[in-house]
Design a binder for this molecule. Sequence first.
Ligand code: ZN
Length: 132
Amino acid sequence: MKLEHIGIAVANISEAKSLLQIIFGVLPYKTEAVESEGVITHFYHAGGVKIELLEATDPSSPIARFIEKRGQGIHHLAFSVDDAKEDFQRLTNLGLQTLGEGPKQGADGKHIFFVHPKDTQGILMEFCSKSD
Ligand code: ZN
């Protein structure tokens, strides 16, 4: 298991993009909407890690509600696993509160699920594997 990316919730996507361009000199290598989550994701390779900027598409989306409650900033840490389905079961069996009924289709061609931050020192954790 290793760090796959860092998800950052941003209120103003053009400001966030300019900042990454100024600091790292990079542009997103991929931009993708995930309609079910009301989010547009912007992926970067910056500073040796993958960064996912998360832009809400409507005020009721989870990202918009996150920003309303906690402000902009780190939204989740994502870890790559071999099989998201297996780890979903494993972590659920360990008593961690996983979100949803099982892994779902996320951005970047991945199967993803989340573990509730109340069980992980306040950090929302995403686990992802390549879709088959
Ligand atoms: Zn993510």
